[in-house]
Design a protein around this ligand. Sequence first.
Ligand code: PLP
Length: 458
Amino acid sequence: MHGQVNSPDARDVLNHLHPFTNLADHETRGPHIFVRGEGIYVFDDSGKRYIEGLAGLWCASLGFSEKRLVQAATRQMNLLPFYHNFAHKAVEPAIDLAEYLVARAPVPMSKVFFTNSGSEANDTQVKLIWYYNNILGRPQKKKIIARRGAYHGITVAAASLTGLPYAHDGFDLPIANIVHTDCPHFYHYGQQGESEEQFGERLAGNLERLILTEGPDTIAAFVAEPFLGAGGVILPPKGYFEKIQTILNRYDILFVVDEVISGFYRTGDMFASETFKLKPDLITMAKALSGAYQPIGGVMMTERIHEVLVEGSRKYGQFGHGFTYSGHPVATAVALETQKIYDADHIGDHVKTVSTRFQKHLKALAEHPLVGEARGIGLIGAIELVCNKQRRENFDRSLKIGPWVVNKAMEHGLIVRALVNDTIAFCPPLIITEPQIDDMFDRIARALDDAVVHVASL
Ligand SMILES: Cc1ncc(COP(=O)(O)O)c(C=O)c1O
């Protein structure tokens, strides 16, 4: 039973199908209901306070009580709560936000197309890339290469790009024309005696071989997160992207950089493309674009791509793509205010300062007997739990050690997330302070020490 009949718990189980939830377990476990937020903290319906160590879903960059965003939404709601951008109509906040993003893009960009989510943005990328090559008279150049371990979202095309089995199993995915290449995780896939640079070179070589095997004239684009997020917070090997970008240029392959987690100061830079010196043709963004206070994502494109889309309108008439809420006035007003707050509060400088403390704590966890690898950049990181450090061997999946640690951390008032290979991810709101970082790592250290006792008892 989930509390009393007609309790929120019981009504949730009765009526609500949850995303990314074990639906069978949910029937007996019921929901954990959250009711309030304050700074980096959220409170559940029992009144218990938690540090939100993952900023919700890697997104609540300004925490959970930023009044300036509430005011921006209220102002726009009072003025014009909805209007659209179809058929030459426009709303002012969408114009302002697009202008702001183009001006601040990491490489020269020309236009922004708005969506409601990161998944819709990546689906849009796939359609744009296909359309682009049709207009250019290269109907065979349609395949998109993504990486195993990547997460690009969960709508049909985006889930196909995602390189994680749970996104495909049982869903008849991936769709045609999506090809996957290596996961760039040196810790697991580096070979005996191979340096990180050599690993990166090997992966770039594999990518080039894949392109040649498939036929360069069939490969339209390569899509990558600057660092893998939901796939385990995996940083690119040294020199990897430099070599990859040379190969993409050699075969006229578009580079799509998925900045949905990495964008908007997670690394300290506005875009991780700056951090890793990436030169995208297309950028995907969402999440911290609006601090997650409104659902909004977007695609930013170079003029070279935009020109071809314009050519498309000469051929087909209107650009036949868009969502009712593309450039929604409240979502764009809130996103624009989020950007203004980042600027006014110098959030990039703040992240650069406090991330030293964050990374120091994170890397220190590598000494813990259960931690095989501690990895991260800026205000994002992960620890991977192993049963044998020497052999880099993960625990048997059925032991669910990662989820066990996550549950223990919750008992200690910290929300974090378990990813593949018992990897525990940290991605707190960007506004976190140094004492709060100390507190967060103190709580995870306690959960890990509990896990040592638990593992010994198995
Ligand atoms: C890198 C990346 N791309 C795309 C998405 C999909 O975004 P959404 O959940 O808003 O559809 C996510 C979500 O976590 C992501 O991490």
